[in-house]
Design a protein around this ligand. Structure first.
Ligand SMILES: NC(=O)c1ccc[n+]([C@@H]2O[C@H](COP(=O)([O-])OP(=O)(O)OC[C@H]3O[C@@H](n4cnc5c(N)ncnc54)[C@H](O)[C@@H]3O)[C@@H](O)[C@H]2O)c1
Length: 358
């Protein structure tokens, strides 16, 4: 049996554990004990060894299973894919008391999670994240959904998993760029409060499995704490997790997704610190610390050339959570807080500080 660290996600109903450790997928049998059948949703790019160990865990537990492949990339995070998955669940004989296993990164987790949320009005899902971003962020917290041509993640549901199983060893096959994207979210957690990352940047970048396991567990615990405090994103507490994300979403849109999410978050974190300093909420040394940590993780600290404030500001104001205001999560004396419509000159000054043209 594998050794693992457990992080508990404490909810009013349907609390669950995030298990982190080598070989943790072996726990699938006990997590799904008593189930008859499972549908494993994955992608062709997920290494065969990862898929095989997932199948073996179900075989050992006597749980019948089918593999359901979906396409790779944001373009496949659609309602059409959800329809395809649900049809294949039905064809494979999945019943309401059975389960879906989402085996992949955030694209698989969000899409398969949403298909599970709506199939028979709700089938259980186990999230088995295989990217660093999914392990520390998207697999935790029950937000599932797909994109519309009009925008990202516009259709979805809260559907908490019955468990999250994260094995840092599976990250060895992830591309450097995708791995760094996960580091962007980890930088966010470290910059939201206690910095548990700065002392370990070299080992993290080298993908040392022991250090990775520890940092994933710390990051998952922070996400779990905010999810438990505000499961359905109603009180504003969970919105703190959007630290760095207002600009990040605008950068992704403005660059036509040439910048990946984690890279955009890294730049968004430095911008948020610049804006907080310009508004005299924090000292400049905090900005320097943001820049140091982001750079030490191999992530960009400034915007790519050619972006203009006049393009980015309207995109930020259209954010689906902002009701037409410019809304930022910013550091300050009381920690990270929501700040609405800060002085436009300060926003422009902070954008200029990260290399955005006036
Ligand atoms: N639900 C949430 O709370 C939440 C939070 C953050 C992000 N997201 C969503 O997550 C998605 C991004 O997820 P992502 O960054 O994991 O990208 P992704 O799922 O597209 O995975 C990146 C690439 O890596 C491949 N891959 C995955 N695991 C691998 C492995 N172990 N070895 C080799 N290749 C592997 C995938 O096939 C894919 O090509 C976005 O759609 C975003 O909206 C959701």
């Amino acid at each position: 049996m594998s050794s693992s660290t457990a992080v508990h996600v404490d909810l009013a109903e349907r609390s669950y554990d995030i298990l982190i450790g080598t070989g943790v997928v072996d726990r699938l049998g006990s997590v799904l004990e008593g189930r008859r059948r499972a549908a494993i949703v994955t992608q062709a790019a997920i290494p065969t060894a990862i898929v095989d160990s997932t199948r073996a865990a179900l075989d050992d537990a006597g749980i019948a299973h089918d593999i359901v492949f979906m396409g790779d990339g944001e373009d496949h995070k659609t309602l059409a894919t959800v329809e395809d998955l649900c049809r294949r669940f039905t064809q494979s004989g999945l019943l309401r008391s059975d389960a879906v296993v989402a085996l992949g990164g955030g694209v698989v987790g969000d899409t398969a999670g949403f298909a599970a949320a709506v199939h028979y009005r709700g089938v259980d899902v186990v999230q088995v994240p295989t990217t660093l971003l999914a392990m520390v962020d998207s697999a935790i917290g029950g937000k599932t959904g797909v994109n519309l041509p009009e925008g990202k993640n516009l259709v979805g549901a809260f559907h908490q998993p019955v468990a999250v199983l994260a094995d840092p060893e599976v990250l060895t096959t992830l591309s450097d760029r995708e791995f760094r994207c996960g580091l962007g979210e980890i930088a966010k957690y470290a910059l939201m409060g206690e910095d548990f990352v700065s002392a370990h940047t070299a080992a993290l970048v080298a993908r040392d499995p022991a250090v990775l396991g520890e940092i994933i567990a710390r990051s998952a615990a922070i996400k779990a704490q905010y999810v438990a405090a505000d499961e359905l994103e109603r009180t504003g507490t969970r919105a703190v997790l959007n630290y760095g994300h207002t600009l990040a979403h605008a950068l992704e849109t403005a660059t036509g997704h040439a910048l990946l999410h984690g890279e955009a978050v890294a730049i968004g974190l430095v911008f948020a610190a610049q804006l907080a300093a310009t508004l005299e909420r924090i000292d400049h040394h905090v900005v320097e610390h943001h820049e140091f940590l982001v750079a030490a993780l191999g992530l960009p600290t400034s915007a790519p050339p050619g972006l203009r404030a006049d393009d980015l500001i309207p995109i930020m104001a259209r954010d689906k959570k902002s009701a037409g205001k410019l809304t930022f999560m910013l550091a300050g004396p009381r920690g990270i807080e929501r700040v609405d419509d800060p002085d436009p000159a300060a926003v422009r000054k902070a954008l200029a500080a990260i290399g955005v043209e006036g």
